[in-house]
Design a protein around this ligand. Structure first.
Ligand code: ADP
Ligand code: G6P
Length: 475
């Protein structure tokens, strides 16, 4: 009997391994791709192929024992050596593609020599996927680190069902054309049967680049390329809303969030939760909070900003500089406005366990999600799903993909510091009825479009696209 399986292929596995003297620690990965797809992977009988993080130098026996541990989670590791980690992951993927796709052109390096390593690591991912592929399997490649993989797979497995999903924005063709290897990236993606985006705006920009840079015309969501039909689609990612609601309703979380509130009463809590990434707008968010304290002196001593930032890409220069900037800002604002009994910003630079995250979501009065650009942003949805009490206010950047879905949030332009400060004040002043009306509408939407529905919707569209791959009547 052949059973078809889902093969997820992404750079980051849902677990990250670190080793200390041959002892492994396996912990959940941060970032929306890993946290979002973790549940669907656990429920499917398939495999997840990806990088387990920097595991250090392992001997053969240690490597075999780690492989076994990962196999129990149905994950297949692809180890990157030091040069690959530095040039494929830090260099090409996160030094060049990440800022470019977020339209932050001034952050791209003067020169990049990492293309060859990007290509060779993509080839390794494709080879490993082919080695695990069985006829009938569905292959689903994820994100900007692996944009050549669909084309490489198509060469080796011409009739395989291959999907691709981009978790970050697609930029305008004026920005995308800056990339020296723009053609190779586009043709790599076109190896898929279906290419998915979070928003219609990203899909639309992608079709413009196809036309201007490859001369390939798309008919809204259909493209003919290299004798094949392929599809483009919009699939805003969801979260496991039922799980967040259920954890948030547990007596332990209710007690823990009540304890936080009691401890700091009568302070009101503003909350930020992000990977420490320059796309997340953390410095501007702090400047807006500083502006709020400056303009509304009666709020001093009455509000506390809790910022949890998980360390991310700590070997990339821009992330080192960001951490320093954030440390300095927190120090400056706390130094200027803090008193013996009140600290305006409480700042945690670490990953925290999910139960603690949900406790904070529940304890917050206002959640600040103010990226300067973000493919979607799952934190906004996690906050909403955790508010089983129908309370709390979400302040959301217009420049996050999720803004088009979450209309009952208070939307802000994160570049406008005054407007962000005003949105914080408005959020703190909303009446309980208004908060409830907004939150219950948001909750309904986040539950109706959860991650399971997202996966099912994408895979159905992929199946359809694969059956229509061959042109009818040789047109
Ligand atoms: P991105 O994918 O760019 O990191 P998202 O908001 O889509 O942004 O996803 C971030 C994910 O990482 C969420 O699932 C969130 O819960 C998790 N996360 C963010 N910060 C922390 C933290 N400090 N500790 C643990 N998990 C975190
Ligand atoms: C974003 C990207 C993911 C990435 C995640 C965490 O969500 O879209 O592909 O996995 O950030 O970043 P990292 O570099 O740690 O994998």
């Amino acid at each position: 009997m052949t059973t078809s399986r889902l093969l997820i292929v992404s750079n980051r596995l849902p677990v990250t391994v670190s080793s200390d003297g041959g002892e492994f620690t396996v912990s959940p990965s941060a970032g929306g791709l890993a946290t979002g797809l973790k549940g669907p992977h656990e429920q499917s009988g398939g495999l997840w192929i990806g990088w387990p993080g920097d595991v250090g130098n392992l001997d053969d026996a240690q490597r075999a024992s780690l492989d076994e541990k990962l196999a129990e989670l149905r994950t297949v590791p692809l180890y990157l050596d030091q040069e690959e980690a530095s040039r494929f992951y830090e260099g090409y993927s996160n030094g060049l593609l990440w800022p470019l796709f977020h339209s932050l052109v001034d952050r791209i390096p003067l020169e990049s020599r990492d293309w060859e390593v990007y290509r060779s690591v993509n080839q390794r991912f494709a080879d490993l996927t082919v080695a695990h592929y069985r006829p009938g399997d569905t292959i689903w490649v994820q994100d900007y680190q692996l944009m050549l993989v669909p084309g490489m797979l198509r060469e080796r497995l011409p009739s395989a069902t291959i999907g691709f999903f981009l978790h970050i924005p697609f930029p305008s063709s004026e920005t995308f054309r800056v990339l020296p290897r723009r053609q190779e990236i586009l043709t790599g993606l076109l190896g898929a049967d279906l290419i998915g985006f979070h928003t219609f705006a990203y899909l639309d920009l992608f079709t413009r680049s196809l036309m201007r840079l490859l001369g390939v015309e798309a008919e809204v969501d259909r493209v003919r390329y290299a004798g094949r039909n392929l599809r483009l689609g919009v699939f805003p990612m969801g979260i496991d809303a039922a799980r967040f609601s259920s954890v948030s309703s547990s007596p332990e979380i209710i007690a823990a969030s009540a304890a936080i509130r009691e401890r700091i009463a009568p302070l009101r809590i503003l909350l930020g939760v992000d990977r420490m990434d320059y796309t997340k707008g953390i410095p501007r968010r702090f400047l807006a909070f500083e502006r709020l304290l400056e303009k509304e002196p009666e709020l001093r001593g009455k509000v506390e900003f809790v910022q949890v930032a998980v360390p991310s890409r700590t070997s990339v220069d821009a992330y080192v500089a960001l951490k320093q900037q954030v440390d300095e800002l927190v120090g400056r604002i706390n130094g200027q406005y803090g008193t013996i009994t009140w600290t305006p910003i409480r700042y945690l630079y670490r990953s925290i366990p999910e139960a603690q995250l949900i406790t904070l979501y529940r304890a917050a009065d206002v959640m600040l999600v103010t990226p300067v650009r973000d493919g979607l942003n799952l934190v906004a949805k996690e906050f909403i799903a955790s508010r089983v009490d129908d309370d709390g206010v979400l302040v959301l950047s217009e420049l996050a993909g999720a803004a088009s879905e979450l209309g009952e949030s208070l939307r802000v332009n994160p570049y406008d510091i005054d407007a962000t400060a005003e949105a914080m004040a408005t959020a703190l002043a909303l009446s309980p009825e208004d908060r409830k009306a907004r939150m219950s509408a948001l909750r309904r939407r986040v539950h109706a479009h959860d991650v399971h529905q997202w996966v099912a919707h994408f895979l159905r569209a992929l199946d359809d696209a694969a059956t229509q791959r061959e042109p009818v009547g040789g047109q």
